[in-house]
Design a protein around this ligand. Structure first.
Ligand SMILES: *Cc1c(COP(=O)(O)O)cnc(C)c1O
Length: 461
């Protein structure tokens, strides 16, 4: 399997190089040259596989330059950290199905991808005799999942900046209680934007970036998308046979729902992909009206979806534009110049064949948490609640609605409490964080200080 860039300016590369490249060197995103088609017989055989066996079948189609025994071991090690024997169990509540993606180490769905990516990085770095210093800024979820993915791994350091005292206490503790020598938390006395500004300018220091092999953790790595394709097939395999399915996906960066689109293109019988957003509804407007125009980000109770520029959207555009990379380049020029991409009626019709959408406001999200709890006794986190409300209002064609549960309710206890009147019970792993020792460097929002810190620590990979 060869990989190309959505912008069309890289030579075809194999899976291993695609993982190490992350963002394509021409500024595009990496995609396989061809999405493999799964026939009915294979699909039927996949129904009964365990999560790891299924993951192996799917991922090995794309990662054909890793020896099968190695790949299997990497997959098994990645999902052994999950607390549920099914990895991503499917439960049925009040007429909808909930696909629980939050049983990994940090109780959010990003673990599914980052546990695998951490192991892939370790394997590839060792093979190449290289080292990697991961640098990133986080307002919460991604940082802790990335740290959990690479803690204790050889030849990797990770440096995560978060705004001092401005993340939720649980999110901060999920990061700072990780004491492995290769994990470096930096609490910046400033805002998330200060953190991001520092990270950006260090990445722009090309000499420094090269000398210290800086790498990023964001949702643009192809391996992250690939890992997420698996649970769409897994969920389908747990449904009653021959039911049409609609997946309701709480969406921010379009990574999760793009994985669903890949599953559909591979031949998974999906009726519709239901794209659910909060008030940051650029993607909803795109699906409804063909209007992709940037607005300003508003803060909501589902903060991991407070995004305007969805980084993975480019991957879908490439397919919408019939795999013509010139048109992708033109579209992003237009976006930069005019702040919007315009679509024809014909393109919009094609979008609406694949996707439906709903944008769910804050009060509706809180109400959904409250109503769902009253009816079923089941607690939804605010991101999941956005997807569930979307399913309740949009899935009217009799297909089975599978709602992706992207975080454990206790991770966003404040929003849940607004719905049900009391804080959700903490699972033991989160409760235990309270009493664990922490390590964190508190620093001024000063790029040079962070740079010096990184140089000092990176020497000790
Ligand atoms: C990251 C995240 C999302 C959004 O996923 P995308 O792949 O960015 O669309 C939704 N919910 C939670 C809890 C998340 O952490």
């Amino acid at each position: 399997m060869k990989y190309l860039s959505t912008r069309g300016k890289i030579e075809p590369i194999g899976f291993k190089d695609a993982v190490m490249m992350g963002l394509a060197t021409d500024g595009g995103l990496i995609l396989p040259e061809e999405i493999p088609a799964i026939d009915q017989k294979t699909l039927a055989a996949w129904r009964n596989l365990s999560y790891c066996d299924l993951a192996f079948e799917i991922i090995s189609l794309y990662a054909d330059d890793i020896p099968p025994a190695v790949l299997r071991e990497l997959i098994e090690r990645s999902y052994a950290t999950f607390r549920h024997p099914e990895t991503t169990p499917l439960v049925q509540k009040d007429g909808v199905y909930i696909l629980e993606l939050f049983h990994g180490p940090t109780l959010a769905f990003k673990d599914v991808a980052l546990q695998l990516l951490g192991n892939l990085f370790e394997y590839l770095l060792k093979e190449r005799g290289e080292r990697l210093n991961i640098l990133g800024a986080t307002s919460g979820d991604t940082g802790s999942a990335a740290i959990a993915g690479v803690r204790g791994k050889e030849n990797i350091n990770i440096f995560i900046l978060h705004p001092h005292l401005k993340t939720s206490p649980i999110q901060a503790r999920q990061m700072t209680t990780v004491l492995d020598a290769n994990v470096h938390n930096i609490a910046v006395k400033g805002t998330f934007d200060d953190c991001q500004g520092i990270v950006k300018s260090l990445f722009n220091d090309l000499e420094f970036k090269k000398e210290y092999s800086l790498g990023a953790v964001n949702s643009i790595n192809w391996a992250r998308v690939l890992a997420q394709v698996v649970y769409y097939f897994y969920a389908w395999g747990r449904l009653p046979q021959d039911r049409e399915v609609t997946f309701a996906v709480p969406t921010g960066n379009f990574g999760d729902i793009f994985a669903g689109y890949v599953a559909k293109r591979m031949g998974l019988p999906v009726q519709k992909l239901l794209l659910a957003t909060n008030e940051n509804n650029i993607l909803s407007r795109f699906v409804k009206e063909g209007d992709y125009s940037l607005g300003t980000v508003v803060q909501t109770v589902s903060p991991s979806m407070d995004i305007q520029l969805a980084s993975n959207f480019e991957r879908y555009l490439y397919f919408l534009y019939d795999e013509e990379s010139g048109r992708v380049r033109d579209a992003f020029c237009a976006l930069e110049k005019d702040g919007r991409i315009v679509f024809t009626d014909e393109e919009l019709a094609r979008v609406q064949e694949e996707f439906s959408t709903a944008s769910v406001g804050e009060q509706e999200t809180i109400d959904t948490i409250a109503e769902f709890y009253k009816k079923t006794g089941y607690l939804l986190d605010p991101h999941t609640a956005v997807g569930v409300r979307a399913a309740q209002t949009q899935v009217t064609d009799g297909s089975a609605a599978v709602c992706l549960a992207t975080a454990h309710p206790a991770k966003f206890g404040e929003a849940v409490e607004r719905g049900i009147g009391f804080p959700p019970p903490l699972p033991p792993e989160l409760a235990a964080l309270e009493s664990l020792p922490t390590r964190c460097e508190v620093m001024d929002p000063d790029q040079e200080g962070v740079k010096r810190f990184l140089m000092e620590k990176a020497g000790s990979v």
